[in-house]
Design a protein around this ligand. Structure first.
Ligand SMILES: Nc1ncnc2c1ncn2[C@@H]1O[C@H](COP(=O)(O)OP(=O)(O)OP(=O)(O)O)[C@@H](O)[C@H]1O
Length: 242
């Protein structure tokens, strides 16, 4: 079966700094892959290469077997890649519904007008914001803005969803809600790549994980075996978590 996403020797250099250094991995259809590693190891850059926010210096990225690397971000979104951002990016002057509608309008399945509004309503319900559809997002709490961003990504009906530290900054009860929400998406069969430092979430949610360190992929495999790999413990987890 063709992988939903194939990363082949992807490389990104910023001048002399190689942020992503010949990284290759695949994500199967319906799989939830955790992308983990220490700060500055290249995880967000990897998501930027997949979403087209940055072009790779070398290598290629395929979605359902078709090359997407080299395309501009909007074209990759149209092909079916949606994302959230490490620092939430919403349209602050618009309300929640309008923000989520923008995902439907510019996404994989382009919808307009009432069709986009209907999908936005479904997705806002999905993330628990059905009652606040008309609240300006600038007036929302951080977790609710994160929910809006996730609903916007889902409104595009993506083939692959990229989550960049979506759980970061949540308090313990919000974290449990967030983990359950991602778990539901996973059970719907969504293909997800999740960059995350919350190890409980990685352990409870992911089918597999890829570990990066200094731009390189240092481990890949089942979560339990990967997290007990001595090199991963040394590079990332440290003795306390081992
Ligand atoms: N646009 C850019 N220009 C120059 N250097 C960059 C750029 N984006 C990232 N970098 C550098 O690339 C390296 C990898 O950064 P990246 O943000 O991908 O790491 P990360 O693993 O996502 O880190 P974190 O867990 O802290 O978010 C860092 O050294 C960073 O400073």
């Amino acid at each position: 079966m063709t992988a939903a996403l194939s990363i082949r020797a992807a490389r990104k250099a910023f001048g002399g700094l190689v942020a992503v250094n010949d990284v290759s991995f695949e994500v199967k259809q319906g799989e939830l892959l955790g992308l983990i590693g220490p700060n500055g190891s290249g995880k967000t850059t990897m998501l930027n290469l997949i979403s087209g926010a940055l072009p790779p210096t070398a290598g290629e990225i395929l979605l359902d077997g078709r090359r997407i690397s080299g395309l501009p971000a909007h074209a990759i979104a149209r092909q079916g890649v949606s994302r959230t951002f490490q620092l939430v990016r919403v349209l602050p002057s618009l309300d929640a519904e309008e923000n989520v509608m923008s995902g439907a309008v510019f996404g994989h399945v382009r919808l307009w007008g009432e069709d986009a509004r209907r999908v936005a309503r479904v997705m806002l319900d999905r993330v628990g914001l059905g009652e606040r559809a008309h609240m300006p997002v600038a007036a929302m709490t951080y977790i609710d803005q994160k929910r809006v961003e996730l609903a916007r990504a889902l409104a595009a009906n993506p083939r692959v969803l990229l989550l960049d530290e979506w759980l970061a900054g949540l308090n313990p009860s919000e974290l449990q809600i967030g983990i359950s929400l991602i778990d539901e998406l996973r059970h719907e069969g969504r293909t997800i790549v999740m960059v995350e430092h919350v190890m409980d979430a990685i352990r409870s949610l992911c089918d597999r994980c890829v570990v990066m360190s200094s731009g390189r992929m240092i481990a890949e495999g089942g979560v339990a075996e990967t997290l007990s790999d001595p090199e991963v413990v040394r590079a990332y987890l440290g003795d306390d978590d081992a």
